[in-house]
Write a protein that binds this ligand. Structure first.
Ligand code: GDP
Length: 472
């Protein structure tokens, strides 16, 4: 290996080692110091690389403009429970002309693509709600281009509607509002539009730029309008990808299946995936043995924004893992081996301080200028007072950004949101439920409890002071 890299003959390297008193065979492992001496002997200069260098160049830089082609948007449906997210996804899927022709049965693989009569294509993530969305984000996967916010016209804005809005805003993903259940006599879409104003969502009918359509998932009303809005939003985003390169994507879902092994639904984000491609996926690697669509068809390849089940994993990946096609098995093994070692090390050092400290590091590196917080309190009055106090603090250099605030105990959704944005959670006269506490411990999210506003202000001031960059 060393001889190869120096473009010298193996025998000469062995001879050089002998001169140093090392009796080595051609395929023996030698330590770095010895290697450096040998390299010097040949008149070369050694450059020490770290273990992490296996990741360098794994993900290529951005594609040249002229290689980019339009791609379908990837859409996640969010909203309050029972407002019709699942019904809407089902209704939209029925509109697919391709599956209509095939008459096939579709199965849940975590995402599906719909082609409308006009030829426009949209990819939907088939797990409604913000839990999956934020969990993916927390793992570094940015798959969703547009969030469809479903609000039932008879029910209006509810707590999970607000959570969904906050999650979309924190991820900086644009929303299209679908006011659902307009078939009901008590439906009041105007009230919904007005109420959205309280949450910084200004729909077009109110003079804003958030697209908003009225639909009925049950009666299949105005679904074409929703699709139009999605296409319009997608045009505004100018979504493009290079299909003619090695594939990169993210895992949407993964499961173990009898007779099939580890199967993962991968959403391709750029490039085209082919059968036989060797890939790295999170800590795992594999070789594509088969690609299967949600209609159960065998595919030869999958291009940008296309979800497909991938068979051929050597281990079980996780939702949100990156998926990258590599040159060969040697590279795949090297990267996955490195990631597994790194993961084991990380297990040791993971602690609540970790995330906050990482954030301070980012601030010192000039990458972050805000202390993101999630505020939960016992009454609206104290929550508002806290927001008022905290938002006034800080300077031009650093300030507090309230990602989400609500009345109520700290729940799992708060933790996923805080994790995804490295935020601090402030509990004012409220506690975290046991599941949330466990999640916070596991994910290294910091929760601080208070009962006096003055103490919150004091602590946050200290945190901000610690965040300030030295001035010269
Ligand atoms: P999810 O919890 O948001 O996924 O909501 P579901 O899709 O499960 O719908 C909850 C309930 O609302 C079900 O009983 C649906 O039949 C009903 N529903 C969904 N969409 C509509 C609609 O457009 N009109 C009416 N009247 N009912 C609807």
């Amino acid at each position: 290996e060393l001889a190869n890299r120096m473009a010298e003959r193996g025998g000469n390297v062995v001879k050089s080692l002998m001169k140093l008193g090392v009796m080595a065979t051609i395929n023996q492992v030698i330590d770095a110091d010895t290697a450096e001496l040998v390299i010097g002997d040949f008149g070369h200069k050694a450059k020490r690389v770290s273990d992490a260098d296996v990741e360098i160049g794994l993900v290529a830089g951005p594609d040249e403009d002229e290689t980019l082609m339009s791609r379908p948007p990837v859409v996640t449906v969010m909203g309050h429970v029972d407002h019709g997210k699942t019904s809407l996804l089902d209704a939209l899927r029925e509109a697919d002309v391709v599956s209509g022709e095939a008459g096939g049965i579709t199965q849940h693989i975590g995402a599906y693509q719909v082609q409308s009569a006009s030829g426009a294509r949209v990819t939907y993530i088939d797990t409604p709600g913000h839990a999956a969305f934020t969990a993916m984000r927390a793992r570094g996967a940015h798959v969703t281009d547009i969030v469809v916010l479903v609000v039932a016209a008879n029910d209006g804005i509810m707590p999970q509607t607000v959570e969904a809005i906050r999650h979309a805003q924190a991820a900086k993903v644009p929303m299209v509002v679908a006011i659902n259940k307009i078939d009901l006599p008590e439906a009041d879409p105007d009230k919904v539009r007005t109420a959205l104003l309280n949450h910084e969502v200004v729909v077009e009918q109110m003079g804003g730029d958030v697209l908003c359509v009225e639909v009925s998932a049950k009666k299949r009303l105005h679904l074409d309008k929703l699709e139009e809005a999605l296409m319009l939003q997608s045009e505004l985003l100018d979504l493009k990808a290079n299909p003619d390169r090695v594939a990169e994507g993210a895992v949407i879902e993964a499961k173990m299946e009898r007779g099939r092994g580890s199967v993962a639904t991968v959403l391709i984000q750029r490039g085209t995936l082919h059968i036989g491609d060797t890939f790295v996926c999170g800590k795992e690697w594999g070789r594509v043995r088969a690609l299967v669509s949600e209609r159960g068809e065998r595919l030869e390849e999958a291009g940008p924004a296309t979800p497909a089940e991938v068979l051929g994993f050597n281990g079980m990946p996780e939702a949100g893992d990156d998926f990258i096609v590599v040159a060969d098995e040697a590279q795949a093994r090297e990267v996955s081996g490195y990631r597994q070692r790194k993961d084991r090390e990380a297990q040791f050092v993971k602690s609540a301080r970790g995330t906050m400290e990482q954030m301070f590091e980012r601030i010192h590196a000039g990458e972050a200028k805000e202390l993101p917080v999630v505020i939960k309190g016992d009454v609206q009055g104290s929550v508002e007072a806290l927001i008022g106090t905290l938002e006034k603090m800080g300077s031009d250099e650093v300030r507090v950004r309230v990602l989400h605030s609500a009345v109520g105990g700290i729940n799992e959704s708060d933790i996923t949101l805080a994790k995804a944005s490295d935020a601090l959670i402030i509990g004012f006269n409220v506690r975290a439920n046991p599941q949330a506490r466990e999640m916070a411990r596991r994910d290294g999210v910091e929760i601080r409890y208070y009962s006096i506003i003055y103490n919150v202000a004091d602590d946050v001031k200290a945190l901000l002071a610690g965040m300030l960059e030295p001035t010269f």
